[in-house]
Design a protein around this ligand. Structure first.
Ligand code: 3HC
Length: 696
């Protein structure tokens, strides 16, 4: 065996050279890996005894892509293109042997190999789009040459990891190896290629599939239309489409030039920086400095949910879908029946849409048992209370749970606002009490705020984080404070949106600006969707607020055909002259100076107080790190991933600018807008939120 470098070995077995990469954790294409490929292939090809080469990886996966940590830095060693050219130009067949995931640059390396073999559990994908990038090592030119234009567009704009059997079908893999037997099957395959004198397949020379799409611009027009809604605001999908257009219309080499130019734009742009930040943030959020990985966990086999309303039902679905038996408790039979009926309807709808089979839907439904007795939760390992927000009722429930549920179980509340420490006082085991704040619809939204109370034990925290992962959520550990992390920041945006309206800015102007920024909808459209009468009391209403007046006029949102907006029969929102008149009357009566703001001012007025609140949460230790706050806002509140979350965005626009904006607001509107001490400190030190070390 020859060590090519610290991460690459070359061994010749008979007449086959095996080049093995071993660069944990995921064999990313760092300088050493690229050098290893370049020098290893060169050496193998130069060895007269060698007839073919197998490129394989040790560890959990084949090459999972370019080394994301290297982006933005100076490149050393062989470039990826040089390594690929060494493979593709080899005079002896090179076989990629794939296990785990061949992703991004990893698959692009495999596409320069002359043949590809994989184990059944392997997956291939070009997920660069999720990092705000396009496959920039020839992927946009080679993939359509193998799988055709439409499939390539879908593959690259979705970033899906495609299972080996499907890869075999579409020609991405040439051969399937037996699971666990990749190395010897790949060697045998290489021997067969040599014995049969098979040609050096170069994907770059395959032209049939791209030529078939030439002169058919409708393919691209239709595809653009099909993804428009889902990809609004993202630059990478459009850049990918343009690369594939080039693959169809230009020579391979010219197509590569287009790919390179567009890749450079993306990799140096803010969107990719934001999405790379999100990639690492999604991995950081599981790490809790004072709850190390080896902290004990509590085995969870059976879950209890209290409340079969929208939240309780949605939460139950998460667990049932992940294979947990769930007992769901209601106080009245009709409420229970209604709740279970909704769960059934949701599962059946998903099955009809082809997400899973009807048998699977039935299996999931069968895991949920309804009951009217809290006593039936006695043997649950985890109980989640999801009744309405009333401290007295929650304390009563937790007192009962303390009496009923076995010792060692986790007692969780789904409260979005109430003090978990106070809830825990209703029990004799506050160490077992934690907040698990799901977001509506709980079976769909990815975010889970795990709320650590004063006495919550580390085992309970660790188990809750693990459970979150098992049910497919992304979790952030937060502290107890009104609104926790997400809603506390939301409160600042809502307050400012209202303030803008009281100064005469119309709701649709605020919404337009925030929609343009990338939110799925603005705060007023959101209120109309949720219903303006949530928390509004007809008897107590005195017409004192704009909302009071709207509700009194039965303009209660989409459900009544009007709210802040007027709605047509297709629920399209239109600015409302009625609302405008009401607002203008309020402004005139209030004596507040009517003001008009530019879009940029509206944006800053809405976003800077959110960033400032995030800074306060950080300094109070309510979030472990600034990127956890970003995770909360991206996954729970529709902050566009390509803007990286509020804290990343603050760093990007400059904390000095945010501070100056907050000082102006403070001078104008008072102490409520006082800049966070942390913000002042970071600006004074010339630092960013991302420089703040994790708490704990
Ligand atoms: N570069 C640098 N580090 C990477 C990496 C990469 N491409 N992929 C993963 N890592 C790191 C993670 O940050 C994590 O680090 P940590 O342990 O310090 O937190 C560690 O590797 C393990 O990763 P995961 O926790 O994600 O491990 P999993 O086993 O759950 O998942 C994976 C493995 C499916 C490979 C997943 O890591 C993944 O999806 N990676 C990114 C793949 C990707 O996007 N590739 C394209 C890169 S861009 C590119 O190739 C450009 C090219 O076209 C020119």
């Amino acid at each position: 065996m020859t060590a090519i470098n610290e991460v690459t070995d070359l061994v010749v077995e008979g007449d086959i050279a095996v080049l093995t990469l071993n660069s944990p954790p995921v064999n990313a294409l760092s300088a050493k890996v690229r050098d290893g490929i370049f020098n290893g292939i060169e050496q193998a090809v130069g060895d007269d005894a060698v007839k073919a080469v197998v490129l394989i990886c040790d560890g959990r996966t084949f090459i999972a892509g370019a080394d994301i940590t290297e982006f933005g830095g100076a490149q050393t060693g062989a470039s990826l293109f040089e390594a690929q050219a060494m493979i593709e130009g080899s005079s002896k067949p090179v076989v990629a042997a794939i296990h785990g995931t061949a992703l991004g640059g990893g698959l692009e390396v495999a596409l320069t190999c002359h043949y590809r073999i994989g184990v059944p559990s392997a997956k291939c994908g070009l997920p660069e789009v999720n990092l705000g990038l396009l496959p920039g090592a020839g992927g946009t030119q080679r993939l359509p040459r193998i799988v055709g234009v439409e499939k390539a567009l879908e593959f690259m704009t979705s970033g899906t990891h495609v299972p080996a059997n499907a890869c075999l079908e579409i020609g991405l893999l040439d051969e399937m190896a037996a699971e666990g037997n990749l190395r010897s099957d790949a060697i045998a395959f290489a021997q067969k290629l040599v014995a049969e004198g098979r040609p050096l397949n170069k994907v770059r020379d395959l032209n049939d599939k791209v030529e078939a799409a030439r002169g058919k611009p409708e393919i691209f027009a239709n595809f653009r239309k099909s993804i428009a809604r889902k990809t609004r605001g993202f630059k990478a999908p459009e850049a990918i489409i343009q690369c594939v257009e080039a693959a169809v219309d230009e020579s391979f080499d010219d197509g590569i030039k287009v790919e390179q130019a567009l890749f450079r734009d993306l990799v140096t742009g803010d969107q990719s920086a934001a999405q790379r930040h999100v990639f690492f943030a999604e991995r950081q959020c599981w790490k809790i400095p004072d709850v190390p990985k080896d902290t004990a966990t509590i085995p969870v086999e059976k879950v209890g949910i209290i409340g079969a309303g929208t939240m309780g039902g949605g939460i139950a679905m998460n667990f049932a879908s992940a294979g947990y038996p769930v007992t769901i408790v209601e106080t009245k039979q009709d409420a229970l029946d209604r709740g279970l009926g909704v769960v059934r309807a949701n599962y059946e709808r998903s099955a009809k849409r082809g997400r899973f089979t009807m048998e699977e839907a039935e299996a999931r439904i069968a895991r949920i048992t309804g009951t009217l007795s809290l006593e039936d939760l006695a043997d649950c390992d985890l109980v989640i209370e999801a009744v309405f927000e009333n401290m007295k009722i929650k304390k009563e429930i937790f007192g009962n749970l303390d009496r009923i549920v076995k010792q060692g179980a986790i007692l969780a509340s789904n409260t979005s606002a109430l003090n978990i420490d106070e809830i825990a006082t209703a029990t004799t085991r506050p160490e077992a009490v934690i907040g698990l704040h799901f977001f509506s619809p709980a079976n769909v939204m990815r975010l889970l705020e795990v709320v650590r109370a004063d006495h919550t034990s580390k085992d309970v925290i660790n188990t809750s984080m693990q459970i979150a992962k098992k049910i497919g959520k992304i979790a952030a550990l937060v502290g107890v404070c009104p609104g926790f992390v997400g809603n506390r920041i939301l409160g600042r945006r809502q307050a400012m949106a209202q303030r803008l309206m009281f100064e005469g800015t119309m709701p649709w102007d605020v919404d337009r600006v925030l929609f343009g920024f990338g939110f799925p909808m603005g705060p007023f459209a959101m209120s109309d969707l949720a219903g303006l009468d949530i928390g509004w009391n007809k008897e107590a209403s005195k017409g004192e607020t704009i909302r009071d007046v709207l509700c009194e006029m039965d303009r209660r949102g989409q459900k009544t055909g009007a709210g802040y907006y007027d709605y047509d029969e297709n629920r399209n929102a239109n600015p409302s002259p009625v609302t405008e008149k009401i607002i203008n009357e309020f402004v005139d009566k209030s004596g507040i100076n009517k003001r008009s703001y530019t879009d940029e001012e509206i944006l800053q007025r809405c976003l800077f107080p959110m960033i400032n609140e995030g800074a306060k949460l950080l300094e109070e230790g309510m979030a472990i790190r600034s990127s956890d706050i970003d995770i909360v806002w991206i996954n729970g509140y529709g902050w566009p991933a390509y803007r990286g979350g509020p804290m990343f965005y603050g760093d990007l626009v400059g904390l000095d600018k945010v501070l100056a904006g907050m000082k102006e607001l403070e001078a104008e509107l008072g102490a409520e807008f006082k800049p966070a001490a942390l913000l002042e400190k970071l600006v004074a030190e010339g630092k960013k939120f991302s420089d703040v070390p994790p708490k704990g």
